[in-house]
Design a protein around this ligand. Structure first.
Ligand SMILES: *Cc1c(COP(=O)(O)O)cnc(C)c1O
Length: 429
């Protein structure tokens, strides 16, 4: 932990006489020079501090924070969190392999979510000895029993129930309604638990819920947990005592300017309060699966301006980063604040900030008022630590960016930039 930095704001701020944007104690200008662009930069302290916010908010009860690997699955970040005692929420065999590579000691703190697990993935997770499978259908439960029997070992499972709770977020990342593909209708869950309790190879271990992502209010989390704790109490009265309730992930951040992260502690406290209240005397362990909230504001994407061009009335700022590096604006109409590394004087004008990919959807901002920008300038897409690098691709045969982890005044490369040979490596011709 960094004793000098008090938790108060995003790690990215202007510093020094020239007002150059820094990540903690490191200049982004220097990082861009050393590692090139586009470049993902993360603050290790910020990640840890945000993790610890959850840890202290739930300190009074037995709990496990299972970081959602899909938000940012870089090995160095997984290791950083594992060293703080984090568990992990995984959604594929690939994510399991990442956890096992970065922090094999954390295998017993892994929960496996996802609507379509294969037999191979289940086998690998049984072999690793994960904490529990979050099962999303009866047929998946049957498959789990079959694979467990084959190994001669019991599989711990939780049903991921669909609580039919509406959470106000983008429709692509809302998951808690009956019409969504996720989970099992909560009304069918008791019968499934009863049947599973009779199967030798299955251990009813918990109950889980995940209502969506980028949810800014605590209320829907409380509503969802209230429904599952009621179910847990009902099952208990029938002799099925579940050891854990998993409240899922989904706590959102403020992506807009002024969302400096200073309310993070208050947001986590409010979230924890809503969950605590709704657990309603449940005496087992609480699991939560935050992803975005831990890493989003700890990361940014640094990009260099290639060109500034005018088409009719519009001005386009073309950057060397594109939708293949950060797809959130194209995919979810997401907003990312854009900040120059070295601000220029002058009046702000509306511009479109776009990447070089051949898609009109390849934009980072439209009609955004920004101070004058020239080719060669460095811009920063803020709050890009979650669902940024993790969703990057090679579209347009572009190479994936490098990633750097800043630790106070130090920094280290945690993923090298892809090279041409990486691009062609898997192909047969
Ligand atoms: C995506 C996901 C999470 C993490 O969501 P965030 O919004 O990043 O906190 C947690 N649990 C499950 C099952 C998920 O699918």
């Amino acid at each position: 932990m960094n004793p000098d930095l008090k938790y108060s704001s995003r790690p990215f701020r202007a510093a020094g006489a020239r007002g150059v944007l820094h990540c903690d104690g490191v200049s982004l200008e220097a990082l861009a020079k050393q590692y090139g662009t586009p470049l993902y930069v993360y603050s290790a302290y910020e990640i840890v501090e945000r993790f610890l916010l959850f840890k202290s908010a739930f300190a009074v009860r037995d709990h496990l924070i299972c970081y959602a690997v899909k938000a940012n699955s870089s090995l160095a970040i997984l290791k950083l969190l594992a060293d703080q005692g984090a568990g992990f929420d995984i959604v594929s065999g690939g994510e399991l392999a990442r956890v096992m590579a970065a922090a094999p000691e954390a295998a017993g703190r892994v929960v496996f979510s996802g609507v379509g697990k294969t037999a191979e993935e289940i086998d690998a997770a049984l072999q690793a000895g994960i904490l529990e499978f979050n099962v999303e259908s009866e047929s998946e439960l049957q498959l789990l029993a079959t694979r467990a029997k084959k190994r001669g070992a019991k599989a711990r499972f939780a049903l991921r129930v669909n609580p039919d709770v509406f959470a106000d977020t983008h429709p692509y990342i809302s998951t808690g309604l009956r019409e969504h593909k996720f989970g099992i209708d909560i009304r069918q869950a008791p019968a499934i638990y009863r049947a599973a309790a009779k199967i030798k190879w299955l251990e009813p271990h918990g109950i889980s819920v995940h209502i969506g992502s980028q949810i800014r209010s605590a209320e829907p989390f409380g509503a969802a947990v209230r429904r599952v704790s009621k179910l847990a109490a009902q099952l208990r009265s029938e002799g099925i005592a579940l050891k854990s309730i998993d409240a899922g992930g989904g706590l959102g951040i403020d992506y807009h300017s002024g969302g400096d992260g200073s309310d993070a502690a208050a947001k986590v406290a409010e979230y924890a309060g809503a969950i605590e209240k709704s657990l309603d005397g449940f005496e087992g362990r609480l699991l939560i699966e935050p992803g975005r909230f831990i890493v989003a504001q700890a990361g940014a994407l640094v990009t260099r301006v290639l060109n500034v061009k005018k088409n009719g009335k519009k001005t386009f700022v073309i950057t060397d980063a594109a939708m293949n590096d950060l797809i959130r604006p194209a995919l979810y109409q997401a907003y990312h604040e854009i900040v120059p590394v070295k601000p220029r004087a002058g009046t702000a004008r509306a511009v479109d900030v776009v990447g070089p990919v051949c898609e009109t959807g390849d934009f980072f901002a439209r009609d955004r008022k920004l101070k004058p920008i020239q080719p060669g300038d460095l811009l920063v897409l803020m709050d890009a630590g979650a669902y940024g690098m993790a969703q990057s691709s090679n579209y347009n045969s572009r190479m994936k960016p490098a990633e750097v982890l800043v630790e106070g005044k130090k920094h280290r490369l945690i993923r090298r930039r892809e090279e041409m040979k990486d691009l062609l490596a898997t192909e047969i011709y």
